[in-house]
Each structure stands twice: as C-alpha cells, then as structure tokens.
Design a protein around this ligand. Structure first.
Ligand SMILES: [Zn+2]
Ligand SMILES: [Zn+2]
Length: 415
C-alpha cells in the first residue's frame, strides 16, 4: 500500500464518498501491440448479445467491466432454480428475466453504459434493432436462433462471435464469423445432418407455442445442454477475448476462425472456418441507408432514390415488416377494386364492390409481403404513411443482385 500525504488523503476520501465509481480505465492494461487509446476504442464499442445465460450473461459482465459503450441484451427466458448451478445468478433472481437482470448488474458496474434490453426471441427482433451493434455475440443452445442470428449478421455485415461448449468433453469453443462481404461462412454453413434434424425438431416446437424456449422441455427430442459452471465461464472468457482482439486488432485476425480449448488435454486449436456453398442462408449483404426523416414520411420515389436504386426496375422489391401490400381485389362478380394500400398482417381488408355492392375481403392471392416498386406508379409521390404504413422503423429494398436496409438515422437507446 502506497503512503500518501495527509492533505491528499483527506481529499481522496472526500472524493471517494461523493463518487465511489472507479475510472473506467483504472485497471486497463497497456496491451502489447496497441496504441495508447485502446481503452478509448473500447469505449466506442457496442455489442449485442443473443442469449444472456450461463455464457452470454458472463460476456455481458466482462464487456461492462472492459468499459464498452453499449450493450444490447436479448433473451426471452427467466432464471430457474437449476440456473444456480451454471449461471451468474442467485436465489433472489430466480423467476426474473435473464436479459433484464444482466442489464441491471451491468449498469451497476458501469452507470454510463448504454443498455437496451429485448425480452423476446431474437427471431422476433427487427433487422434494424441490431443495426447499431459493432459486434454480435451469440450464446444460445437454440439452433433456429443460431441460424436466424447468423442470417441477420450476414445481411447487416456484422461480425458474429458464437460461443459454445461441450460439457461431456470439457470443451469450450468460439467461432468468429467476420461477415465482411456476405461471402464468408455463417453458423448454418457448418451444420451437419444431425444439427439440421435438431434444428427442425426445435423449429416445430417454436412454431407451436410461438416462443423459442428451453429445448430441455419435453417433446422436442433435443436434450438440454449439460455443463459445469467453470466451462461456461471459460467459453465466455474465450468469446470476450475474441471480441476484444477483433475490436483492438490484437494479434492475427480472428475473422472466420474457430478457437477450441479442451480441458482433458489442455490443447487449444485454432482452425479456419469455410463457407458451405449448399448453405440455405442467403449470403447477401444489405447496404444500410440512414434516413434523416421518418421513413413513413418518405414517398416511394424518395425512398428508392435514397438507396440509389431505380424504381422502374421490374425486379426491385420493397418490404415493410409485418405489412402486406394489397394492390387490388377481385369480387365474385368479376369486378376489380383497386386498393393500393399496406395492411398489417392479420388485419382484414374489406371493400364494397362498386358493381354488385357486396363486401369483398382480400384473400391471400390479393396480398404480397414484398411488392414490386413498379406497381407503385400512381402512388409513387404519396408519403408511405398515407399508404397505410404509419409506424415503421425499417424498410428493405432488393433487386436481383443488391439489397438495401433503410433505417432512421438516429435510434435512441431505450433504457
Ligand atoms: Zn452460410
Ligand atoms: Zn361485385
């Protein structure tokens, strides 16, 4: 313990009483091979974590302590009594949502950390919900969530760090998918026949009850992941190491590699990850376009011009989440009623037939999720809001070769 002058001690105590928080960089090492402002680089980093359980929860804690700028925490599940065996949780938190609890703990570690929480499966997020993240960490034992997260990260060009473990062999592994151009590997690229069988079993359960819940529950044919607390921690530690290495450019690139540690042999292997040309995911990267105006205030012409696309192009398609476009409806009498309106999925669209005066209801054949912008000709200069899509936080455009994601310029972090 260093000694210090009496006056200095008084001043230090007074400051400590007013502000017990340590400086973010008080324990930050001078990492070999980095510039002096490595901590400042981390202070700009925003990381999304899909799955805040025994591995993802610990990654969140590590990153909060490393002094990152922000975290997006995604998990629909709650702590159960059995979580005490593997998670960073205590009896007081049983029954509470994992992402919510981790957000509270991370904020208590670092009050100026920006934290956004989604208490829902990753499949229910909008693409734009992940657009501000610099890196996505995935730590879930749910295979459909892995495929879905992998697909979103390809589209958005986000590096994806997949932390996993195998309890029986004391193996912790981390795969780093760089997603620099959409042409690299993704989690689904690495699936074998058994993974696809488990994926399909899990998907059937997901579609039945609408939640991506614990696969350990009956009826899925999928057994729960069994692990030991320290192995979960090791997987989280390796994953955080890869995030930090990538963010600060430490050592050789970790992009498109897998690192695996085995507790029996103490052997660590690093292998490159390759793309599977038969992967069912769409290996196309979206160009993200930020609109300074509300998207629903834009006209279709403005939206398309903002993306640098051509609205007359026959293969240019627009998609708005949870909305379908109804161009026209055909009555049983044969008369056609022009609608040209967006309609939320699940809402009935009815019009009175001008010929026979019967009520016409839009059927599946009248509606489409993706609409060709060429179909907008007469409403090209009408704000999208007036075409029925009032509250929208993203729109996507795509043609045969390219894809664009249009999002508002500033998305406020929801606390
Ligand atoms: Zn793939
Ligand atoms: Zn009619």
């Amino acid at each position: 313990m260093k000694s210090f002058a009496q006056s200095g001690r008084k001043r230090t105590r007074r400051r400590a009483a007013a502000n017990p928080r340590p400086a973010r960089t008080a324990r930050f090492p001078r990492l070999v091979g980095t510039c002096a402002d490595a901590a400042a680089a981390l202070a700009r980093l925003r990381v999304a974590i899909v799955g805040c359980g025994s591995v993802g929860g610990r990654v969140a804690l590590h990153l909060a302590r490393c002094g990152v700028r922000g975290l997006v925490l995604i998990d629909p599940k709650k702590y159960r009594p059995v979580s005490l065996l593997t998670h960073e949780c205590y009896t007081e938190t049983i029954g509470q949502n994992k992402a919510d609890v981790m957000a509270t703990v991370c904020r208590s570690i670092c009050p100026d950390l920006e934290v956004r929480v989604y208490v829902k499966p990753v499949q229910d997020l909008l693409l734009s919900d992940l657009v501000e993240a610099d890196v996505v960490v995935m730590a879930t034992d749910n295979l459909p969530a892995e495929v879905d997260t992998g697909q979103r990260c390809i589209w958005l060009g986000k590096p994806l760090v997949h932390a996993a473990l195998h309890g029986e062999t004391l193996t912790a592994s981390v795969r780093f998918f760089l997603n620099s151009d959409g042409q690299g590997p993704c989690p689904a690229c690495l699936f074998g026949p058994q993974e696809w069988r488990d994926h399909d079993a899990n998907l059937r359960r997901y579609s039945c009850d609408g939640t991506a819940h614990d696969p350990c529950l009956e009826g899925t044919g999928v057994v729960p992941t069994r692990s030991l607390s320290f192995l979960c921690a090791m997987s989280a530690d390796l994953a955080t190491n890869q995030v930090i290495r990538h963010a600060l450019g430490l050592g050789r690139s970790v992009g498109d590699t897998m690192v695996e540690y085995n507790g029996y042999t103490h052997r660590t292997v690093v292998v490159p990850l390759g793309r599977n040309s038969n992967c069912p995911c769409e290996h196309v990267q979206y160009r993200v376009v930020r609109s300074t105006r509300q998207i629903s205030d834009l006209t279709m012409r403005e939206l398309v011009e903002m993306a640098g696309a051509n609205h007359k192009s026959r293969d240019l398609l627009l998609q708005i989440p949870n909305m379908r476009w109804i161009d026209q409806m055909t009555c049983k009498c044969g008369a056609v009623t022009v609608v040209r309106h967006f309609q939320p999925y699940g809402d009935l669209c009815t019009k009175k037939c001008q010929t026979c005066k019967r009520i016409v209801v839009a059927g599946p054949m009248d509606a489409s999720g993706a609409v060709a912008t060429a179909a907008f000709d007469s409403v090209l200069d009408v704000p999208i809001r007036r075409l029925g899509a009032r509250a929208m936080s993203q729109a996507t455009l795509r043609d045969a070769n390219r894809a664009w994601l249009i999002v508002p310029a500033h998305r406020e972090a929801r606390q």
